[in-house]
Design a protein around this ligand. Structure first.
Ligand code: FES
Ligand code: FES
Length: 185
């Protein structure tokens, strides 16, 4: 056992754990942050994805001892009420079916949009590569991933519909203009 100081969703936690304990176990079993899901346990499905210093990581295979000083963001850290622009896009487009994979899909999309506020189809595909959805919601995920973040510093939080192109191309594109502080981005 060893003591680790973790920063999760902006809060500091001191935990006593075996160094090889996967971060996912810490989140779910120690901190009761159960929004992050277990799927395969082998870094193959993406269900357990969280952000570590803004980068997507598979928490099922990330030993707590390798986290270092990285600040972790889970799905609970995006917003207290599901109002993060990406979460709202997910709701507006009715993306989830069973929902099991969706927290991981959302976290990778948040990381993508932090780097590419207006991602291309290829960038969305690359970012979500390796995220498996047994319910086959891939098309809706891609539509919701085409979120255009207007500005991280815009004063008034909000989101408005600014356009839609019919699904004549490889995927339909849905563009949202989002205004948010993007706390976890
Ligand atoms: S549970 Fe971690 S990638 Fe599948
Ligand atoms: S919504 Fe069911 S696994 Fe993706």
């Amino acid at each position: 056992m060893a003591r680790f100081q973790l920063t999760i969703n902006g809060d500091r936690h001191a935990v006593d754990l075996a160094p090889d304990t996967p971060l996912l176990w810490v989140l779910r079993d120690t901190l009761q942050l159960v929004g992050t899901k277990f799927g395969c346990g082998q870094a193959l499905c993406g269900a357990c994805t969280v952000l570590a210093d803004g980068r997507p990581r598979r928490s099922c295979t990330l030993p707590v001892s390798q986290l270092g000083t990285a600040a972790v963001t889970t799905i609970e850290g995006l917003s207290p009420d599901g109002s993060h622009p990406v979460q709202r896009a997910w709701v507006e487009l009715d993306v989830p079916q069973c929902g099991w994979c969706q927290a991981g899909q959302i976290m990778s999309t948040v990381a993508l949009l932090a780097e590419h506020p207006a991602p291309t189809d290829d960038e969305i595909g690359t970012a979500l590569q390796g995220h498996l959805c047994r319910c086959g919601t891939y098309l809706r995920i891609r539509r919701a991933g085409a979120v255009q973040v207007e500005s991280a510093t815009t004063a008034t939080p909000g989101m408005r519909w600014v356009g839609f192109t019919s699904p004549s191309a490889r995927i339909a594109r849905t563009w949202w203009s989002c205004r948010s502080s993007r706390r976890a981005a």
